[in-house]
Design a protein around this ligand. Structure first.
Ligand code: ZN
Ligand code: ZN
Length: 415
């Protein structure tokens, strides 16, 4: 088998790995959008291959999926596909027209009559993230995708430690955290506890800014709300996302729960005007917060992407508003700024707003990377999805590993 990493040996973003079997069949793992534009070349996406695997619905893993030839089958988890479609619905963009083949966790498939693929469900900030065990030509490759050991699905990490796949020839491991400093909040539980403390004392509303698809974070906020008898308010898009994930996770909250309400935004309602959304729209109407927040703002916690400045202004006279920034702080800084960064910064600088950064990463620490590699005991380890592979190699050497290789983008290696 030959392996070529098109992108990702020295960057976080744009993950794309190509496996070529001895019979000439070609399988891609992920086809992410680059997060920075240092290397703008994405011409490889036009290549004709036999199949594409997508690990999870984050842009840096599927962002260029629609560039590929539409006759190439795309293997992806059902929740991941629903979440990609949800993004399209609420951005008002057409659905992807790829041919999708749905993967179930732990259910092995032979792809292109050549590659035996088994998806491993992992703990990550995306509700369904796969690692892949891939076998061809008598060689076994394990691709971790993005993962951690500190979320509400951490059992999955410990399951992997306890029952690691045997006889791995190559471990392609993510290494995001090597350059991201140690965290004030190491686990989702510690995030829940910190949010709990903030909302326990709240005199006015609390806004929690995070991704609608970070279901672990939403669960942390729901738990904190339950402890303090607060009501959680989400937007229409988030309500839809919860419905999609609940298909596979029946214990998840939805807007039908007593303590969850929705705030309507005309732009979001426009996107679900079609007849196929009738019953969803009825549930939205039934659970609409309306003007209730103005009667007793201290009862409510908003989970959203960007606080509405008019709403903030209208509520300010009730006392200090809490603003919890609950995603990677890099999104507020030059280089990775998101669309709401200016609004958040303005609110954070305001005297009437108490700003806090309460977040834990979706990625594994060096300790967890080493522990997993030790359990798996592969012949060879190659770091990807990292800005500093050299440091990963050094840290692994310190821990006694002698089998970490550093590869370059766009070079074909023989396994
Ligand atoms: Zn990633
Ligand atoms: Zn991810």
């Amino acid at each position: 088998m030959k392996i070529n990493i098109y992108r990702g040996t020295k960057e976080i973003g744009g993950n794309c790995i190509e496996l070529t079997a001895n019979n000439g069949k070609v399988l891609w793992i992920d086809i992410g959008a680059p997060l920075d534009l240092t290397n703008p070349d994405i011409s490889y996406t036009k290549k004709r291959v036999d199949a594409l695997l997508i690990s999870h619905p984050h842009q840096d893993h599927y962002g260029l999926m629609e560039n590929v030839d539409k006759s190439i089958p795309v293997y992806i988890g059902g929740v991941s596909l629903d979440l990609i479609r949800a993004t399209k619905i609420f951005l008002g963009k057409p659905m992807p027209t790829n041919i999708f083949m749905v993967l179930e966790p732990w259910d092995g498939k032979t792809i292109a009559d050549t590659f035996k693929v088994c998806p491993y469900l992992m703990d990550h900030s995306s509700p369904e993230a796969f690692a892949f065990l891939i076998e061809a030509d008598g060689k076994r490759v394990f691709y971790t995708g993005d993962f951690r050991s500190t979320g509400w699905k951490r059992k999955l990490y410990y399951k992997l430690l306890k029952e690691p796949p045997a006889k791995i020839d190559l471990l392609l491991t993510e290494g995001t955290m090597v350059e991201r400093s140690s965290q004030a909040y190491p686990t989702e539980k510690s995030v829940q506890e910190a949010i709990n403390k903030v909302i326990r004392e709240q005199q006015n509303v609390t806004f929690v800014v995070s991704s609608a698809q970070n279901i672990d974070r939403l669960v942390s906020v729901v738990k904190a709300c339950n402890t303090n008898k607060k009501k959680l308010v989400i937007d229409v898009y988030n309500a839809w996302v919860l419905d999609m994930v609940k298909k596979k996770a029946p214990n998840l909250p939805t807007i039908d729960w007593d303590n969850i309400l929705v705030y309507n935004h005309p732009h979001q309602l426009e996107k679900i005007a079609g007849v196929e959304y009738t019953s969803f729209r009825e549930r939205i109407a039934k659970n609409d917060i309306g003007n209730k927040v103005f009667g007793s703002p201290a009862e409510f916690v908003y989970f959203l992407r960007c606080p509405n400045t008019k709403l903030v202004k209208d509520l300010l006279h009730n006392g200090t508003i809490n603003l919890i920034y609950s995603q990677w702080k890099g999104y507020l800084e030059e280089g990775h700024k998101t669309y709401c960064a200016e609004t958040i910064q303005e609110l954070a600088d305001s005297k009437e707003v108490a700003f806090q950064h309460i977040h834990t990463s979706g990625h594994a620490t060096l300790f967890d990377l080493k522990r997993m590699a030790k359990a798996m005991d592969p012949k060879k380890i190659v770091p990807i999805h990292t800005e500093n592979p050299v440091k990963i190699q050094q840290e692994f050497v310190k821990a006694g590993f002698t089998n970490v290789e550093l590869w370059d983008d766009g070079i074909e290696y023989q396994l």
